[in-house]
Ligand binder design. Sequence first.
Ligand code: UD1
Ligand code: CA
Length: 458
Amino acid sequence: MENKDFTCVILAAGQGTRMKSDMPKVLHKVCGLALVEHVIQACRSIGEPVVIIGNGSEKVKALLGDGVSYALQAERKGTGHAVMECFAQAEINTEYTLVCAGDMPLITGASLEKLCACMEGKGACVLSASMEDPFGYGRIIRNADGTFKKIVEQKDATAEEALVNEVNTSVYVFKTKLLADALKRITPANAQGEYYLTDCLEIINRTEPIGVMCLEDATEAFGINDRIQLAEAAAIMQRKINNMHMRNGVTLVDPCNTYIEAGVEIGSDTVIYPGSYIGKGSKIGKNCILMGGNRFDNAVVGDGCTVEASVLLNCKVGDGTTVGPNAYLRPKAVIGNNARIGDFVEIKNATIGDGSKVSHLSYVGDATVGKKCNIGCGTVFVNYDGKHKHRSVVGDNVFVGSNSNLIAPVELKDGAYIAAGSTVTRDIPSGSLCVARSREYIKEGWADELRRSWEREK
Ligand code: UD1
Ligand code: CA
């Protein structure tokens, strides 16, 4: 079966009342991605996703953008009704339709693929899971010979049916044509007065066999209804993500206290100490040491770097560079190789060349700094005049003495040397010294004379 034969319908129209949120349930995040984004990712290898939206539909669209198509379920009349709306609005002409709930972030593409592979000779296949406590889920009811009979919802189940531990995960593959026909025949004659998608299986089963595939890892079926389950899902997913990195050769000193969002890449022999939060889009090289207290978001760090207690946002750090403790690399900070960004240094929209050092207490904003420069302690790149931002350019091998101010726009050409405490307002030619501070004045004996005058006052 080729993947172009599948459309993936994702149910995401519900509000999720128990989340007690202004945001639709499927937008709550687990390990950096919204619940529905995890489901979409799992579906990607199967076929094109169509997301059924209703509550907070604009917010869902704003997050997911144009990468998926949408169908609107204006009124929530059940999972069957949601798919009916989808068929009415989206043209589904693939041979098969996969349906998946949007609130089950732990489902994997591998399980969906296995389910699709079960379709041979079946009208539909349902993914089931064996739950210790099946309460709340629909139960898979089988015939005496073990074949599929029907699904009963918790609220419709007899006492005997409620004892069944095998539950419906809310993931199915249907022959599209059979699903479209069955949807016309389901009714809301049940305890909740809803159109149940699950009833379609019973209808299809009158003419074609229904496959049931039980998940090996029942946690994949975990559906999120409240914030406690959200945290539980995050813990399960974090463990899986962390295990994956450890298998790839990354040392996590305390995996229970290391937060790495989905999709982060980390090279082998990198060691991560407790208390780091590595956000999505980040890419960490090999042989790095990440001490505690880091927060990364979309940060790219090369090989052999050491970073401690620092915030790195939308920025890039070359190989062999050390950052922190307590550095703040803001968007578009690009740090070269073998550089040093020290404590209480903030860098924004600025390039720092290879081998350059900004070791302590500095602000570098809107600047280009060349190679092998030394930006002394307390240097401020004065980039803002109250209305506009201006750029500074520093060449290679420039020495900026401590506590200097560079008033942008300004250029310090290669090899320039700025005396400590200077306020530089004009371009400095290559190889020149700039001393831009008032001349020292020394009056010998002055302080002694002052103290003697105080003595006399007593
Ligand atoms: C559903 C299944 C149940 C299964 C359980 C797994 C039915 C009738 N029951 O029950 O067998 O064990 O999921 O979690 O399908 N949704 C819409 N529009 C609607 C109603 C729901 O888009 O009108 C969406 C929700 O946003 C959610 C998903 O469908 O993402 C599941 O809906 P939910 O109300 O949670 O179904 P359950 O009662 O849990
Ligand atoms: Ca549910």
